[in-house]
Design a protein around this ligand. Structure first.
Ligand SMILES: [Ca+2]
Ligand SMILES: [Ca+2]
Length: 214
């Protein structure tokens, strides 16, 4: 091959590589732009159907939206309940909230395991969890705890005054799980362990609601 032909071939391959590089670059940029615009399109859709429905309902009630700054958040603590649960059991308790504009309902269970059965034994922890089931709603359940205290709460998004989705009958469920037995501190095969069949507890329930300032 002549020198002139070699020069021409080298120049042609260089131009071809540039063309290929340019084409790949254009495809890359197009893909990036498509992803960006697609992301922007998704980002614009921030109001879902349920939220839009709630806003429409708010606007349609008397043509106004409640100014909740004109209300005060009032905290109500119900009388505590003392009880006992057997191992691996559930117990339901019912409460009635008559106030409108409920913001949050909280249930807290506390317990203290029985003392060790003498110096030779260690009473292993008992496990509890707790649930709140609101009126016409789906219940929420806490984690299972073994440290003597467990709490769960349920919240409501304020709508227009008065709203009643947090008003009515609630079910509070105390769930007692494994109750750790009295075990010998010295290693043993468990033959001399003493069964722990349950535990006493205290249940405290409270709620907050918007009350119109006087
Ligand atoms: Ca125990
Ligand atoms: Ca116990």
């Amino acid at each position: 091959m002549s020198t002139l032909k070699k020069l021409y071939k080298t120049w042609f391959e260089t131009q071809e590589n540039k063309w290929k590089t340019g084409l790949v670059g254009m495809i890359f940029i197009t893909v990036i732009l498509a992803l960006v615009f697609n992301h922007e399109a998704n980002a614009i859709q921030v109001i879902d159907e349920e939220t839009l429905k709630q806003l429409t309902e708010q606007m349609s009630v008397g043509g106004r939206i409640t100014d909740w700054s004109e209300f005060s958040v009032t905290n109500i603590i119900l009388d505590s309940i003392e009880g006992h649960s057997n191992e691996n059991s559930e117990d339901d308790y019912y409460i009635e909230i008559t106030h409108p504009n409920v913001l949050e309902v909280t249930a807290t269970l506390t317990w203290q395991d029985e003392p060790d059965n003498g110096a030779r034994y260690s009473n292993e922890p008992d496990e509890f969890s707790i649930s709140i089931t609101p009126p016409n709603g789906t219940g929420v359940t806490s984690d299972t705890q073994s440290n003597g205290r467990v709490s769960v709460e349920i919240s409501f998004i304020p709508q227009n005054d008065p709203y009643f989705n947090g008003t009515g009958e609630y079910i509070i469920t105390v769930q007692c799980h494994i109750c750790g037995d009295q075990t010998l501190r010295r290693p043993s095969i468990g033959f001399f362990d003493v069964d722990d069949t349950g535990n006493d507890w205290t249940l405290e329930i409270g709620y907050t609601y918007y009350r119109e300032a006087t």
